[in-house]
Design a protein around this ligand. Sequence first.
Ligand code: AMP
Ligand code: FE
Ligand code: FE
Ligand code: ZN
Length: 277
Amino acid sequence: MFADLHLHTCFSDGTYTPQELVFHALQHGLKALAVTDHDTVEGCAPTARACAAAGLEFVSGTELTAEQDGHEIHVLGYCIDVEDPGLLARIGKFQSVRQNRIREMVARLNHLNVPLESEAVFALANCRAPGRPHVARALVKAGLCGSLDEAFERFLKKNRPAWVPKFKMSAALAIELIHEAGGLAVMAHPGLNRSDDVIPLMVEAGLDGIECFHTKHSTLMSEHYLEIADRFHLLVTGGSDCHGFSKGKPVMGGVRLHYEHFERLKTKAAERRSREP
Ligand code: AMP
Ligand code: FE
Ligand code: FE
Ligand code: ZN
């Protein structure tokens, strides 16, 4: 029995609707899944309903964009209360940062005589936390770029002319937000960011787990992070980070987490909740 605890939907930069996500999860024989959209939880309720209808176990999640000591760190939150007013208010601020950043990227494109409109990006994104992939798709849709890759290469990659840096919360704040919403905080794809030196600091801030299994982790990397999980007594998680069809072929099914790891996560979340006043 397997779970995929890192999936994106059309409520962030994935292409699958909750129904499509569930369809593919069933095809891959998954028993449980978590939705971890960037800086939003909008996709959780509809995916929970789609999972319930299909007999799949669902766990609410998010992937918060953070920064620590110059490294971009993604912090996954699991078993969070997606209606928690504090969480919604605080991620709302980061969502407006993302929306303003879209306007700024479009202004830079316009300055380069690329006639894209912010409204076209917002309409296409149709979510609260839009990002560069939505700008890339809008550029392709308007016929202003031939492909998503071209959009990133010419305009959107770091230090390209329409790139705008993004204000990010600290890793410690991301962990705090997740805990306040009753969830568990997990460091996403540590092998991608090459940021092992921030792990002790995050553990200090209350980190609960580490994503050892990820599409872009080699076997060696996974083993390395399993050792780190052991050393710091962290939960072990994993997922495909599937974005649907937005980046070539879908990667769901390639990384599957053994159900026993998922059970440990659920047990810890339940213990945490039972200790709350
Ligand atoms: P943002 O959060 O707006 O900075 O956008 C980050 C998203 O853009 C992530 O999901 C990345 O996978 C995606 N991304 C970053 N660089 C590229 C690239 N060169 N080509 C395609 N997608 C990319
Ligand atoms: Fe993404
Ligand atoms: Fe990520
Ligand atoms: Zn992700």
